[in-house]
Design a protein around this ligand. Structure first.
Ligand SMILES: Nc1nc2c(ncn2[C@@H]2O[C@H](COP(=O)(O)OP(=O)(O)O[C@H]3O[C@H](CO)[C@@H](O)[C@H](O)[C@@H]3O)[C@@H](O)[C@H]2O)c(=O)[nH]1
Length: 325
């Protein structure tokens, strides 16, 4: 019998890469989302479930009987969380608790064990605690989003310790791809630069260009998620690359790839600055390397080029459509 996995938030970048990976590994993949449209994998069974109702989640678990649950669903955009702190807490914080509780009830009622993965975030860690953060770094969230993720992270640890649940936090540092939503900075940059190249857009308006992040590739990160749930014992893992680059460097690489000088096109608007923005975020992946045998494969430059190439093709389609229309 094929193993059965449930991915929440399956239409996001991580959900899509993870679905692809699990299908390759021979899983039956179920996913849920509140906006189930046009999901590219026909083999994935899609469900529309309200993350705000524990009974719905419990009923879905009984119906599909997963052995692994990957909890990705969240409001994961930091600036939006300042405008919608309650909704963010509800979806990102309480949503994870409802999922854990539904799994616990299902395990008791059906005498089964489920392995649970939580997409935790580097944003929960104290970015003032040092240049490189690990699993022992203090938790000090500094945005409504980070507070909600910290709550979910602690509940995962609590369910593991109090109920013996097989539950792992992947403390994910920034990870990007051509499937990244355009509200995040890397995709905003590659979409805009490629549209500028083809004359479809004049300017790119950004905020803080000096923030340094360890930009990883989402396709690499989902490997680590799967590896965590194959361990003998559950644990928490930092997943990151080991090199940081500023937003400015990302802009520069992308525009150079298109033979453009970014300084002619990029403008700064204070609207995109945040009340708090970690100056540097980088993870120590010693635990992931030693216990999971995991290593990031795609470099910063390869990632920027891959995203630029993808978005150049999109811009070319847009350009052709404009001319034929
Ligand atoms: N979104 C955005 N960010 C900008 C902009 N200009 C500069 N930035 C800077 O670019 C950096 C990255 O911003 P995002 O791409 O929005 O990501 P994030 O806030 O770091 O959060 C992402 O990574 C976390 C893990 O480290 C995730 O937890 C979170 O959900 C998200 O994926 C931040 O320092 C932000 O201030 C802009 O126009 N838009």
């Amino acid at each position: 019998m094929e193993p059965v996995a449930l991915i929440t938030g399956i239409t996001g970048q991580d959900g899509q890469y993870l679905a692809r990976l699990l299908l390759e590994k021979g899983y039956h993949v179920h996913g849920f989302t509140q906006a189930a449209t046009n999901f590219p994998h026909e083999q994935v069974f899609l469900h529309r479930v309200d993350l705000k109702v524990t009974e719905n989640l419990h009923d879905l678990l009984k119906q599909i009987q997963p052995c692994e649950v990957y909890h990705m669903a969240a409001q994961s955009h930091v600036p939006l969380s300042y405008q919608q702190p309650l909704e963010t807490a509800e979806i990102t914080g309480m949503g994870a608790l409802r999922m854990l509780e539904a799994v616990r009830q299902y395990e008791i009622e059906c005498s089964r064990q489920v392995r649970f993965f939580q997409a935790s975030s580097s944003a929960i860690l104290d970015d003032q605690a040092g240049p490189v953060l690990n699993e022992q770094s203090p938790i000090h969230p500094r945005s409504p989003y980070a507070c909600a993720k910290a709550y979910a992270h602690l509940q995962v640890q609590n369910y593991r310790e109090a109920h013996g649940m097989f539950a792992c936090n992947g403390i994910l540092f920034n990870h990007e791809s051509p499937l990244r939503d355009e509200s995040f900075v890397t995709r905003k940059i590659t979409r805009a630069a490629t549209r500028i190249k083809l004359g479809l857009q004049q300017k790119l308006i950004l905020g803080n260009l000096d923030a340094e992040r360890s930009w990883g590739y989402a396709g690499d990160f989902v490997q680590a998620m799967w590896l965590m749930l194959q361990l003998d014992e559950p644990d928490d893992f930092v997943i990151s690359t080991t090199k940081t680059h500023s937003v400015r460097e990302f802009v520069d690489v992308v525009f150079q790839c298109l033979d453009l000088d970014y300084q002619q096109y990029v403008e700064i608007d204070p609207e995109f600055f945040r009340p708090h923005d970690a100056p540097v975020l980088c993870g120590d992946i010693t635990r992931a390397q030693t216990q999971l045998g995991w290593q990031p494969q795609v470099s910063f430059t390869e990632l920027a080029h891959q995203m630029t190439q993808h978005d150049l093709e999109l811009a070319e389609i847009e350009s052709r459509t404009n001319h034929s229309g």
